[in-house]
Design a protein around this ligand. Structure first.
Ligand code: ATP
Ligand code: MG
Length: 755
């Protein structure tokens, strides 16, 4: 605890230079040092800056020592940045600060008083895997059918309760669903008991147990009241109930709490965040000062206008105006909206823009590609690798480093190369086949004794009684599967093979049965993997490609382009932001709408707003006319968010320019933006001949390079329904194709893909 001397009167000169860098409203928020303050303001208005300067100011004026300030940020990265910035502002390091995420600070508090909540100070923080394992054990111990009532589902239920701040005894009866015929609360109680016996806590506990600690031990709470003279919270709109209660308890002491947030950027509703927390602030903290910031310092007028126009479509919001002080002739670049043919062209377009920006002295560090879902990073990663642009994936793993992709590739490796023991070990029991560590040890000993690979040893072991019968049967099936896939590999395309392997091995099914939050993302990644293999002639080519991709260094400090999800981009800013995949179903995300209806759609729109407002100078929105979904070509329509961007602030990249496709006798497909009858812009794609064609009432000229060659005479093609075939004749937009299985057919060129 800091001594009273540390609270000596402020030397005014020290703080004042800090305030010079603020506008009046920001200064008001910084200078209102005592009492509750809420800064409720739009993106880029300097909320985080206010918080940082406030912190620096409190330290510089010696109102409190570093150890007497509690600052909560959304990520550890944000905490590090804030700490560096504060140190920069006050000109000395800031040791001993309580600056971090809710979880990190919760853990720190718990370790100091672990005994009071039934733990020891060296308790383990368990991850989701351990959590699940424990859940399953408890379900089993209660003789509940885990197949019917899966551990994953229980994990989600309990995490939600924890987010709401409910211990087993506090779960309202109305919230108990029929999991295991209403036994979920009892299971929750047992789970907590087990955690305590194991001297372990899960993520939810880091806050929940703090709440217990504070409520049961008023002396401890009083101690923290004395300690924390000032509390600062960033991204307040995304706090859940338990975080909110935690803050409220801690703030009761000094009542000096300053929260900053933006209701329009609340994007974690699906994880239990309650935007209501921010709207209730004035009631919870009577006498709170509410400061609104309206001047945006981050983005150009066009970007701001586009983002504001978009978010205005949300009904449940407080509404606010944002302005930027740019003169009319300096609106910056309009937000560019670009329709492309498919995901490959999308990646190519972004890659070209990045190279072009680079040539004009823009640093890669200042460019970001923000995707809606993790699987979308793959196409961009590969494109950037191809063109030699270094990149980093922020807040996640690179595509080929992800667990499910490594597992799937381990199957492919073993099919290619039976001696690959590492691959064997990775997947022999994934999904679970009863071939756990013990079986593997037996196999390993046998293989080593005979100088064989694990797979060769297995081939022999399935004919002996070295393994118990059930294990032997499982191993036989595994070995036979590998052998069959290997035999099939030569006849099938890599994507067909990949699908069969993932399917027949039970690997896809394993993730389908998995009810964790990560599972849908993993399944999407697996589909994306199948899609990736389709670009190669053989599995060998694909695997070579993967090893090359994996070989690229990514941990250097050189400038790199950034790829991340929209969720991960919160609070960050970049000169240039690429926003791909703005198509109905992709973004807004189909599941979000199906599961949460209108509220889900509004959260998606807030996410779009977050994306746009990350850009300082330029934002490029892209949508593809076609995407492969579940291995099938699907035409997509542009996201409603594209239409919601006000025209005054956007510029549509028109594919119909002036120029000609070089006439090489092939058909060309183009993706173009054209107004439909209602005057709305939408994406059209048509097959046209290699000369200018009549398109509706207009002449359409296709610029060189904008199109994409579709089948030429004699080329191999693929048709959704008829399969593979060869082009025998071209008649306008129709093709005569001789299909391998379906025979001779005349089909629209629109419906075939060159292979
Ligand atoms: P978000 O809602 O996206 O988190 P924010 O409101 O936290 O945004 P900041 O990140 O604090 O906004 O500020 C946005 C940008 O504007 C930063 O680059 C910041 O340095 C700059 N900025 C903020 N206030 C001022 C100011 N008074 N003068 C100059 N630049 C400023
Ligand atoms: Mg911020």
């Amino acid at each position: 605890m800091a001594s009273p001397q540390e609270n000596t009167a402020p030397p005014p000169a020290m703080g004042s230079h800090l305030l010079e860098r603020l506008n009046d409203a920001q200064r008001e928020a910084v200078e209102a040092v005592d009492g509750p303050v809420l800064v409720l303001a739009g993106a880029g208005t300097g909320k985080t800056r206010v918080l940082t300067v406030r912190l620096a100011n409190i330290l510089a004026t010696r109102r409190a020592a570093p150890g007497q300030i509690l600052s909560v940020t959304f990520t550890n990265k944000a905490a590090r940045e804030m700490s560096e910035r504060v140190a920069g502002l006050i000109g000395r390091p800031t040791e001993g600060m309580w600056l971090g995420t809710f979880h990190a600070i919760g853990a720190r508090i718990l370790r100091r008083h672990a005994e009071l909540v039934g733990l020891r100070s060296n308790f383990t923080i368990i991850d989701t895997d351990d959590q699940l394992r424990l859940m399953k054990q408890i379900i089993e111990a209660n003789q509940i059918d885990e197949k019917r009532w899966p551990g994953r589902a229980l994990t989600i239920i309990i995490s939600r309760w924890k987010d709401k701040g409910w211990l087993p005894d506090q779960v309202p009866t109305s919230e108990v669903d029929d999991f295991a015929h209403g036994k979920s609360v009892d299971l929750y109680r047992e789970y907590q008991q087990r955690l305590s016996e194991l001297n372990a806590a899960d993520f939810g506990d880091l806050l929940l147990l703090c709440l217990t600690l504070f409520l049961k031990h008023p002396d401890v709470l009083a101690d923290y009241h004395r300690r924390f003279q000032y509390i600062l919270v960033d991204e307040y709109q995304d706090t859940n109930v338990s975080q909110y209660l935690w803050l409220r308890l801690l703030a009761q002491g000094s009542n000096n709490i300053c929260c900053v947030g933006d209701d329009d950027q609340s994007i974690y509703g699906w994880r239990g965040a309650e935007v209501g927390n921010i709207l209730r602030f004035e009631t919870d903290f009577p006498g709170a000062k509410v400061v609104r910031l309206e001047r945006n310092y981050r983005s150009t007028a066009h970007i701001l206008g586009a983002a504001s126009g978009l978010i205005a479509h949300n009904e449940s919001r407080l509404g606010k105006t944002l302005w930027t002080e740019a003169p009319d002739d300096e609106l910056g670049e309009p937000v560019k909206i670009q329709g492309v043919w498919d995901e490959a062209e999308e990646a190519r377009t972004v890659g070209e823009s990045i190279e072009d920006l680079q040539r004009h002295d823009n640093s890669l560090d200042q460019m970001a590609i923000l995707v809606r879902a993790g699987y979308q990073t793959r196409a961009f990663e590969e494109r950037l690798i191809t063109i030699g642009v270094p990149y980093r994936v922020i807040g996640g793993l690179r595509f080929y480093e992800r667990q499910e992709i490594r597992d799937a590739c381990a199957y492919f490796r073993l099919i290619r190369q039976g001696d690959d023991d590492l691959a064997f070990q990775r997947i022999v029991n994934k999904p679970k086949r009863g071939l756990g560590d013990k079986s593997l040890q037996t196999l390993y000993a046998i293989a080593r004794g005979r100088g064989q690979s694990l797979l060769s040893a297995s081939e022999e072991v399935i004919t002996t009684d070295e393994l118990p019968p059930a294990r032997r049967t499982a191993l036989r099936e595994f070995v036979e599967n590998i052998a069959r896939w290997r035999a099939e590999a030569s006849q099938l395309s890599p994507s067909e093979l990949a699908e069969i392997v993932l399917d027949e091995s039970g690997y896809t099914a394993m993730w389908m049965a998995d009810k964790s939050v990560q599972a849908p993302g993993r399944l999407e990644n697996l589909k994306e993997l199948v899609r990736a293999t389709a670009e190669f002639e053989s599995l060998d080519d694909f695997m070579n490609h993967v090893s090359l991709v994996m070989d690229i260094e990514t941990d250097s400090t050189d400038p790199m382009a950034n790829i991340m999800t929209l969720h991960g981009a919160k609070g960050l800013e970049f000169d240039t932001v690429f926003l791909p995949g703005w198509e109905e179903g992709v973004f807004p995300n189909q599941m979000a709408i199906e599961e949460h209806g209108y509220a889900g759609l509004e959260e998606e729109r807030r996410l779009a707003y977050v994306g746009l407002t990350r850009a300082r100078k330029r934002a490029i929105v892209l949508f593809a006319a076609n995407r492969t979904v579940h291995g099938q070509w699907q035409s997509n329509i542009p996201s409603r968010f594209v239409d919601e961007l006000p025209q005054d602030h956007t510029e549509r990249a028109e594919a119909s320019g002036y120029g000609f496709v070089q006439d090489d006798g092939a058909l060309w497909q183009i993706a173009m933006n054209k107004p439909d009858q209602g005057g709305r812009q939408s994406n059209y794609h048509r097959v046209i001949e290699a000369r200018n064609q009549r398109y509706g009432d207009e002449e359409v000229f296709v610029p060189v390079g904008q199109g994409r060659a579709v089948p030429e005479l004699g080329s191999r093609v693929f048709h959704q329904k008829f399969g593979y075939g060869q082009v025998k004749g071209i008649d306008g937009a129709k093709l005569d194709i001789s299909f391998d299985k379906a025979g001779q057919k005349k089909v629209m060129a629109d419906f075939v893909e060159p292979v």
